[in-house]
Write a protein that binds this ligand. Structure first.
Ligand SMILES: Nc1nc2c(c(=O)[nH]1)N[C@H]1C(S)=C(S)[C@@H](COP(=O)(O)OP(=O)(O)OC[C@H]3O[C@@H](n4cnc5c(N)ncnc54)[C@H](O)[C@@H]3O)O[C@H]1N2
Ligand code: MOO
Length: 419
């Protein structure tokens, strides 16, 4: 283990927190069988096998003429093979067959000439150049072999995977069942978006976290149980957590997780279950909490996100998503770590050592082809406009300090569900 709790600050490193989260989570074991077309984003619980060779037969890669051997420049047209309408005979030397892209290669043919490189007059074809053996032929089974395991257990199905399975005749797949997530916001100041702005009381704000978290989790194929908003009252929070515990595999809350006198998330979690992690060396998102609530038939995992809106989304993305991947059954080899790269900073950044900082930035390639990044400006954990303008995180190491214009920094381009 490279990092741990910093004893000076009592904050747990982000790396250690991720490791502990993943260790604490067991993938769901229940499965269901689905038509392939409903399975995008789901995780295979059984390997998927090809039902046939791909391509299923030797066929043409071009519209043109199929021929046999090194022929004269002049050939006799004896028929046609169209995709879906193969030529039933065989061809010999000096003969050719009109063929379209994807159409089966006639028996005897061993090469194809593109129609742009030949000229047909009546039934006589003149070649402008002599094609080589195998030219423009796609061989049976060169992509996939019948019976081959195409994708293993633990693969999260992406669109190209769906295309592969469909082409290989896999009509149904067995996948891990959907994760059920209960959402709760906590805070006396929060109001529903149904309240017109003019009717908000002093200090009221919209419960934007729940809407944003819900949008993010919906993109990840979760079943969402929206349990609304709770006041800053231990009894109400207790009842809310008990209801959430019964209905979900994971509970995601926002707010009330810090140290204020109206912050009860952590104490209620400790009362009903177990707090496993709290207070990380991450900025924004320091008071992030993780634990679980036991119930008769297992337990619900608990993710307490900080109330500040940027902190809530950053911790959802950086900590809850990897945990969710594991819960959804994605195997270690199939888990996709974030892509990080280096970029040249276009403005100075102020940073105090102590927390790994996920600042919000805009990155692009400049006219010299160099990757550059610019901060979106003020980085407060309430500044949503900067987050909305950003397309990447500027990842500043925990013990690092200020950065200058021209420094090389690490960036992490946003991926789903932030884009
Ligand atoms: N004395 C200290 N105070 C604070 C600390 C600390 O270490 N010592 N940490 C700060 C940090 S860092 C964060 S982050 C926040 C997180 O606090 P909570 O999780 O307890 O969140 P709240 O106090 O409930 O709310 C914070 C902020 O966010 C707004 N909020 C809350 N819920 C929502 C929602 N659903 N949608 C939109 N906005 C929401 C809320 O109104 C507050 O402005 O604590 C610091 N304090
Ligand atoms: O971690 Mo808090 O999110 O710095 O505002």
């Amino acid at each position: 283990m490279t990092t741990d709790i910093c004893h000076q600050s009592g904050l747990i490193s982000v790396e250690l927190a991720r490791e502990q989260l993943l260790e604490a989570i067991a993938p769901l074991s229940e499965t269901e069988t689905l038509p392939l077309e409903q399975a995008c984003g789901r995780v295979l619980a059984k390997p998927a096998q090809a039902q046939l060779d791909l391509p299923p037969c030797d066929n043409s890669a071009m519209d043109g003429y199929a021929l046999c051997g090194e022929s004269d420049t002049s050939l006799q047209l004896v028929g046609k093979s169209l995709a879906g309408h193969p030529f039933s005979g065989a061809i010999g030397a000096g003969e050719c067959v009109r063929i379209t892209t994807g159409a089966p290669l006639p028996a005897g043919a061993d090469r194809v000439v593109m129609q742009e490189q030949a000229e047909l007059q009546g039934d006589s074809l003149t070649l402008h150049r002599a094609p080589k053996t195998g030219e423009h032929i796609r061989r049976r089974g060169e992509d996939v072999r019948s019976g081959e395991t195409l994708l293993d257990t633990g693969t999260a199905l992406k669109v190209p995977d769906i295309a592969l399975l469909a082409a290989a005749g896999v009509a149904q797949v067995t996948v891990v069942r959907r994760v059920r997530a209960a959402l709760l916001s906590i805070g006396d100041e929060l109001r529903s978006l149904n309240t017109p702005a003019a009717e908000l009381g002093e200090g009221n704000i919209y419960d934007s976290n729940r809407i944003a978290i819900k949008a993010a989790l919906a993109q990840l194929n979760l079943d969402i149980v929206d349990l609304g908003c709770l006041p800053d009252e231990p009894r109400a929070i207790r009842d809310g957590f008990l209801a959430a515990r019964e209905s979900a595999d994971i509970i995601v809350t926002s707010g009330g997780v810090s140290v204020g006198e109206a912050d009860f998330t952590r104490t209620v979690l400790e009362e009903l279950g177990q707090l496993e992690l709290w207070r990380l060396a991450i900025k924004p998102g320091k008071p992030f909490a993780f634990g679980h609530l036991p119930r008769e038939n297992g337990r619900a995992l608990f993710f307490g996100l900080p109330g500040n809106p940027v902190s809530a989304l950053v911790t959802l993305y950086q900590l809850v998503l990897p945990a969710l991947e594991k819960l959804k059954g994605v195997s270690d080899e199939n888990r996709q770590p974030p892509i990080q790269c280096r970029a040249r900073l276009l403005n100075p950044i102020a940073k105090k050592p102590g927390r790994l900082d996920y600042q919000r930035g805009c990155t692009w390639r400049d006219c010299d082809g160099q990757q550059v990044v610019q901060s979106t400006g003020v980085q407060g954990s309430h500044i949503l406009s900067g987050f909305s303008r950003a397309n990447c995180f500027i990842v500043l190491p925990r013990e690092g300090g200020n950065c200058d214009t021209g420094d090389w920094v690490t960036i992490e381009p946003f991926r789903a569900p932030l884009v």
